[in-house]
Design a protein around this ligand. Structure first.
Ligand code: ZN
Ligand code: ZN
Length: 362
């Protein structure tokens, strides 16, 4: 048992507090990680607002990277001293999804992590967001929840691969399998949307059209590979997409906000036979309404993308290699760094749209 400082949300819409918690030792298949950095993601914010329901109290943070401090007796894939990126879908390796090669859809990993009870306060359990809880000096995660990376990669850039970058780039290359020359639209140019843009650029898409209401974010989107930008507040975004694609609409559109209205726009802006990929997480109670006749008559498909459909053990090293080769921007995403006790400011900056990504560094 050790005492660690962690950013805790105690109840929906409560202020986040940095509190001392007890952290138990890792069990046989678990790893104790000393955090180096934790990105501040919208999903953390959605837990605070209640839009993403989870049992509270809980330690925030699911986009983490750090150094392995201790390993359980059965751990084989990482060792003490390894630098690791944390995954928010630890997987069991033996359920139907894991057996069929879809570890990101594992049914058991999350259930197991809910029962892990690694953090406690006065004897009562404090959960860890998505089985990670990376806004803490240390955390304990399953072996399948940490992926080793080279030690010279800065942890404050590497942590982003643990959520925003994988979610965005993976949606393009794994979920949608965008091909060179396909036209792409990205609705929402925030921390994840920028990564959809750079994933589309990596895939050789053209044009890459970013849609947002915020001119500063549209400027960032250009820097990440958008060939065209559309301010959705200045006119009809669907018409703008059609105009840029010979009247057809785009081959693939991505919705990266989680708004039913924007999902509809992304769907309408997709060409006949095209694909609309929903990456943004809508509030748990939201319903999406679409013109049903277009699904068959325009043969459009609508598909969700979770965690970039990633196989983390395969895809984390792949993205890190692209970063090292100068083909994937990570450092440029980190617009502000915060100390753990500045976590309130970090969330305020996220809400204000001031940052591509804020990162808490330890
Ligand atoms: Zn996230
Ligand atoms: Zn599984």
């Amino acid at each position: 048992m050790r005492t660690v400082r962690a950013a805790v949300v105690n109840a929906v819409r409560d202020a986040v507090r940095v509190e001392p918690l007890s952290l138990r030792e890792p069990r046989a298949d678990e790893v104790l990680v000393r955090l180096g950095a934790s990105g501040v993601c919208h999903s953390d914010l959605h837990v605070i607002t209640g839009d993403l329901p989870m049992p509270l109290p809980a330690v925030l943070g699911h986009e983490g990277a750090g150094v392995v401090e201790e390993v359980g007796a059965a751990v084989r894939r990482v060792k003490v001293g390894d630098h690791v990126v944390l995954s928010w879908v630890p997987y069991c390796g033996s359920c139907w999804y894991c057996e069929s090669g879809h570890t990101h859809l594992c049914e058991m990993g999350y259930v197991k992590s809910l029962a892990a009870e690694v953090f406690t306060r006065d004897g009562g359990a404090v959960g860890q967001l998505a089985g990670v809880g990376s806004m803490a000096e240390f955390t304990v995660v399953p072996e399948s929840g940490c992926i080793p990376i080279d030690a010279d990669i800065p942890l404050d850039s590497a942590c982003l691969v643990g959520c925003g970058v994988m979610t965005g780039v993976g949606a393009v290359i794994n979920t949608a399998r965008v091909e060179p020359g396909q036209s792409v639209a990205v609705f929402g140019a925030g921390g994840v949307g920028l990564n959809v843009v750079q994933g589309a650029a990596l895939a050789g898409a053209h044009p890459i059209i970013a849609v947002d209401l915020n001119e500063r974010k549209l400027g960032l989107a250009r820097a990440f590979g958008a060939t065209h930008v559309v301010n959705g507040g200045a006119g009809d975004a669907v018409a703008a997409l059609q105009e840029l694609t010979g009247g057809r609409g785009v081959d693939v559109s991505f919705e990266v906000i989680g708004s039913p209205d924007v999902i509809l726009q992304a769907f309408l802006g997709t060409r006949r036979g095209g694909k609309t990929v929903v990456v943004g997480v809508a509030p748990a109670t939201a319903m999406v309404s679409l013109p049903g006749f277009l699904l068959p008559l325009a043969e459009k498909s609508l598909v969700g993308s979770l965690y970039g459909s990633a196989d983390m053990a395969r895809d984390v090293p792949r993205l890190i290699a692209l970063y090292r080769a100068g083909k994937l921007k990570l450092d440029e995403l980190v617009t502000r760094r915060f100390a753990l006790n500045e976590v309130g400011e970090a969330f305020a900056a996220l809400q204000a749209g001031d940052v591509a990504r804020g990162v808490i560094t330890f």
